[in-house]
Design a protein around this ligand. Structure first.
Ligand code: AMP
Ligand code: MN
Ligand code: MN
Ligand code: MN
Length: 293
């Protein structure tokens, strides 16, 4: 595949996680799974971390896939957590790496506080239990706790864990301040990439006014894309955010948000195509796509 063929590309998966954040597969194993599912352009977007980027790109190229660098930055906006994907940036950019390192910084203490909250309702050893699932010690996340609670028999699956224990007001939830929206967007854009609002339908606590503010402020900071098709959007939600992309003149992205076999609803590359009358983010990033030899 060459540069001019980007326009005809049908299977881009620009959102997934490896053991470098809260996924269960190594970057090389995700690359193989993506290639086997027909993905032509891939991005590994670990939370707040670019430590897997060189491995991911090498694995993609060995399998003949084009690659875009990626990350998913945790942001606090209007008191809620919002995820901003960065795509096509220089993964060695010092300011980006420093910003992400700072964003990761509070996770260790938060994890201890989460374990303390869970201990109060009789769930003991959750910190140590979660750690067994952690691939990157700087990236202990709620997902790792969820896997331990399933393993320990407290819940049938990770969604039940989030519902009963890990969301606002529940015993294992610890409020946290992540990066600011403007910071995250500028780390990405100054490193040559495009910032994209991840899975916008998942911010269900936002009022329509807050959602409008998110899109407006995101654009004002230089954000340029929105994830229209993702594993966590229903068909109606894809349509809604396709319309928002047109209204706000944003590029459209597509990604599975794959974390682990059997745990993620949508497998790599197995999402519907982007709706019409949208500009795919990868067309705008044609200069940043890394092609295999
Ligand atoms: P953290 O960054 O530690 O707050 O963890 C956030 C991660 O938890 C997300 O990236 C998802 O992988 C996972 N997650 C969040 N909400 C849910 C949910 N309702 N069900 C399953 N996983 C979830
Ligand atoms: Mn995750
Ligand atoms: Mn996310
Ligand atoms: Mn994600």
């Amino acid at each position: 595949m060459t540069n001019h063929e980007l326009h005809y590309l049908t299977n881009a998966d620009l959102h997934c996680h490896s053991t470098v954040s809260d996924g269960m597969l190594e970057p090389e194993a995700i690359a193989s799974r993506a290639a086997a599912n027909g993905v032509q352009l891939w991005s590994l977007t670990d939370h707040d971390e670019v430590g897997g980027q060189h491995r991911a790109r090498a694995a993609a190229h060995a399998l003949g896939m084009a690659y875009l660098s990626g990350t998913e930055v945790s942001v606090t906006f209007a008191g809620e957590t919002v995820h901003i994907l960065g795509l096509g940036f220089d993964a060695d950019d010092a300011a980006l790496r420093e910003g992400l390192a700072r964003t990761r910084g509070g996770r260790e203490e938060r994890a201890h506080d989460m374990a303390a909250g869970l201990a109060k309702v009789g769930i003991h050893g959750a910190y140590e239990g979660a750690l067994k699932y952690v691939g990157n010690p700087e990236l202990i996340s709620r997902t790792h706790f969820a896997r331990f609670l399933v393993e320990a028999g407290h819940c049938a699956d990770t969604s039940e864990v989030f519902r009963r224990f890990l969301t606002d007001g529940k015993p294992g939830f610890v409020p946290h301040r992540w990066a600011r929206l403007g910071e995250a967007v500028s780390w990405i854009t100054r490193a040559g990439g495009v910032a994209v609002i991840a899975h916008p339908a998942r911010y269900s606590r936002f009022t329509p006014t807050e959602e409008y503010a998110l899109f407006t402020e995101f654009k004002a900071h230089g954000g340029a894309g929105v994830e229209v098709v993702t594993g966590s959007h229903s068909a109606a939600e894809c349509d809604k955010y396709a319309e928002m992309a047109r209204e706000f003149d944003l590029l459209a992205s597509r990604g599975s948000d794959f974390h682990a076999p059997g745990e993620s609803r949508t497998d790599l590359g197995a999402m519907p195509p982007l709706p019409g009358r949208l500009t795919p983010v990868w067309e705008a990033l044609s200069d940043r796509v890394q092609w295999p030899e």
